[in-house]
Design a protein around this ligand. Structure first.
Ligand code: NAP
Length: 254
């Protein structure tokens, strides 16, 4: 591994990715902020200042992922934060809506792992952002729960396959973190309250909670850590997920 670690942060223009990019930069990494939001990624790289840079990537388009890795040169850390969710009953959901979430959250995770696995050197690290919903079901979130469960398992398989080359593969499974992704859910009365009630620590997360774990997992101090899916949620995995769909329906009827 080079002395200056290069960290590619996919989905780095917003939320958990952006907080992680800042934390990895503070830890001494040179950051490449990559996102499908090209302008957002460029603005974030400018905020970090030289020598940090940005790039375009859409994890649902393998060619863009391959191109990004090829133009990047040596990379030591890959963090994949791309993801989104939708809400709807299985019996009502168009299959295209289900596929759209799986395409980003699971197939996108596979495509990133494939190209990261080809480019990372010995000592390299891949971290994916999975979710509490990969182990805790939520009615109305079939695509997201299934995709994130798949991403958590994909992480373990990739750790087995890449371990012999000295590449570590881990995931973080956050609970409810305040970001632009969760802003709409946070505005539905009852959702945040029910999440907080069902935690041990009595609060939602902030992106910096996740970024701190990213920095540790990517550091040489974690050199024996691989195949781990880290529950990071204030203890929410000990209880149950909020009834998001119930709160949505209550709001629709009001
Ligand atoms: P966010 O603020 O929306 O950031 C996600 C970033 O990824 C956005 O810049 C987004 O661009 C980008 N992105 C989305 N699809 C992409 C694609 N196909 N290719 C490249 N970039 C793409 O969301 P966040 O809350 O930080 O979430 C980051 C990750 O954490 C996601 O995987 C999410 O599922 C996971 N997570 C979040 C929470 C939470 O409570 N926030 C909890 C558990 C897990 P656009 O703005 O253009 O969509």
């Amino acid at each position: 591994m080079s002395t200056e670690r290069v960290a590619l942060v996919i989905g780095g223009a917003s939320g958990i990715g952006w907080a992680s990019a800042q934390a990895l930069a503070a830890d001494g990494c040179r950051i490449v902020v990559a996102d499908r939001d090209t302008e957002g990624a460029a603005a974030r790289a400018a905020q970090l200042g030289a020598p940090h840079t940005s790039g375009y990537v859409d994890v649902t388009d393998e060619e863009s992922v391959q191109q990004l890795f090829e133009t990047l040169g040596p990379v030591d850390v890959v963090l994949n934060c791309a993801g989104f969710s939708n809400v709807g009953l299985i019996t009502d959901m168009p299959v295209e809506d289900f596929r759209a979430v799986v395409d980003v959250c699971l197939t996108g995770g596979f495509v990133v792992a494939k190209h990261a696995g080809r480019h990372l050197p010995e000592g390299g690290v891949l971290v994916s952002i999975s979710s509490l919903n990969g182990r805790q079901p939520a009615a109305g979130m079939s695509a997201y729960c299934a995709a994130k469960a798949g991403l958590s398992m994909l992480t373990q398989v990739a750790a087995l396959e890449l371990g012999p080359r000295g590449i570590r593969v881990n995931a973080i499974a956050p609970g409810f973190v305040q970001t632009p992704l969760t802003d709409p859910a946070a505005m539905i009365p009852g959702v945040v309250e029910e999440y907080v009630e069902n935690t041990a620590l009595g609060r939602t997360g902030v992106p910096e909670d996740i970024a701190a774990a990213v920095v540790f997992i990517c550091s040489p101090q974690a050199s024996w850590l691989t195949g781990e899916v880290l529950d990071l949620n204030g203890g929410a995995h000990l209880k149950r997920y909020p009834d998001v769909l119930g709160h949505v329906m209550k709001l629709a009827q009001a």
